[in-house]
Design a protein around this ligand. Structure first.
Ligand SMILES: Cc1ncc(COP(=O)(O)O)c(C=O)c1O
Length: 413
């Protein structure tokens, strides 16, 4: 790896502590100018922010990407700076197609500006304003926001620890003709759950019977932390028929790249690529696509994933070990097998949990944020804790403080 050019002194690096990876197995990272006005949010000093579902500065591979951009620019010259192929550079699409459990071929891949933009594309290209979309009753709130911004009406379908309930989906599809069903079956945001194979097959069968498209948001697919392979993606179980799968490098490489992709049946990919946003501007992030394609081709991305998963395992375990040991019997949580979230359920009201967390100088995400519809009269509270942003020591200390204040809240208050 080439040395990093001399950098200006960091002005300030508020927020999470940085554990530079240089000199260890992983890629070099720097926290220069991790500050408001540059990054999306910065926690107030003295606060540990367990809200955001993204990687902290110590996990973002600055050196790796600096080299990858340099390689794209030297290798492709002016072609790296031209309007790119509408669907995304063939090298990247071929590499992404080959990484699917069942290849869809490069013709079934469309490069996007992340999952959010892909969802926006689908919400405008495959739906009309006021169309219904079926979502999990607890689902990624900002994905739901993208849908409602496009004028769509999301309806929550009940589920359980295995994901959306196929019978409830069947009933909803009998009543409603939605533009599509939006699912996040692997390392679900916010619950961390993984929908098992049998349930996946049942959901696919129901959707097929009603001739309804499934949009599979697989943003966390590359963050499997406990080894093994896990169940195949819905898209791969059905040879990509009737399923559009969304992927992103935001969670596994860097969200600032705004680089993602979707896979679909070639006819659907053709239809989407015919939209003005691609015809007018070409690939949404061409230079970045070439840089990341080089990382995939050279095996750097897979090596980076090994390193990243190890770091995330440490963080997850630091948080879960303390919570599991210190919270009283009114709380329940699982150790997620991947992704970025621990979902804590409690027999205490949400408002009390949030207020106590603030007293402990910890920011958490309210569980109700993710509910498709509020549950009337519910006394059970839930919060989502994210472990991507902070290092293991800070996570363990925050978990100690949370347990201390949460245990003192009487149940159902
Ligand atoms: C389920 C899910 N989908 C999509 C995204 C956003 O992905 P991207 O950065 O690719 O738009 C997130 C980020 O929190 C997410 O949790």
């Amino acid at each position: 790896m080439s040395p990093t050019p001399a950098a200006p002194r960091p002005r300030a690096a508020p927020g999470p502590p940085v554990s530079p990876a240089r000199g260890r197995a992983g890629p070099g990272s720097h926290a220069l100018r991790w500050e408001a006005g540059v990054v999306q949010s910065v926690a107030p000093p003295g606060t540990t922010d367990l809200g955001p579902g993204y990687l902290g500065p110590g996990l973002l591979p600055v050196d790796l990407l600096a080299e990858a951009y340099a390689e794209a620019l030297t290798g492709y010259g002016a072609a790296a700076l031209a309007y790119g192929d509408d669907r995304g550079a063939l090298t990247l699409r071929a590499a992404l197609a080959a990484r699917q459990d069942v290849s869809c071929g490069p013709g079934g891949v469309l490069v996007t500006a992340g999952t959010s933009q892909a969802l926006h594309l689908l919400a405008t290209a495959l739906a009309r304003p006021r169309d219904a979309v079926l979502v999990e009753d607890s689902c990624y709130d900002l994905g739901r926001l993208v849908l409602t911004d496009c004028g769509l009406r999301p309806y929550g379908v009940p589920g359980d620890a295995s994901g959306m309930d196929p019978q409830a989906l069947d009933a909803a599809l009998t009543r409603t003709r939605p533009a599509f069903v939006y699912l996040n079956p692997t390392f679900h945001n916010p619950t961390g759950r993984v929908t098992p194979l049998g349930r996946r097959r049942e959901l696919l069968a129901v959707a097929r019977r009603h001739a309804t498209t499934i949009v599979e948001d697989d943003a966390y697919a590359d963050l499997r932390l406990d080894g093994g392979t896990g169940p195949p993606a819905l898209a791969c179980l059905d040879g990509h028929r009737g399923v559009i799968r969304l992927g992103t490098f935001s969670k596994s490489l860097a969200p600032g790249l705004r680089l993602g992709w979707l896979t679909a049946e070639p006819a659907v990919a053709d239809r989407l690529a015919a939209h003005g946003v691609f015809q007018s501007g070409g690939c949404l992030n061409h230079t970045t696509s070439l840089a990341v394609a080089a990382l995939l081709e050279r095996g750097h991305y897979d090596r980076h994933l090994l390193w990243l998963r190890e770091r995330l395992r440490e963080r997850r375990d630091a948080l879960v070990d303390v919570l599991a040991a210190r919270l009283d019997g009114g709380f329940a949580l699982d150790r997620p097998a991947g992704g970025l979230f621990v979902w804590v359920r409690a027999d205490r009201r949400e408002a009390g949990l949030l207020a106590a967390a603030r007293r402990a100088d910890v920011l958490v995400a309210a569980g109700s944020r993710f509910a498709a519809a509020p549950v009337p009269g519910s006394t059970a509270g839930a919060v989502r804790l994210a472990y991507g942003l902070n290092g293991p020591d800070e996570l363990a200390a925050a978990a100690e403080r949370l347990a201390e204040v949460w245990n003192t809240i009487p149940p159902e208050t």
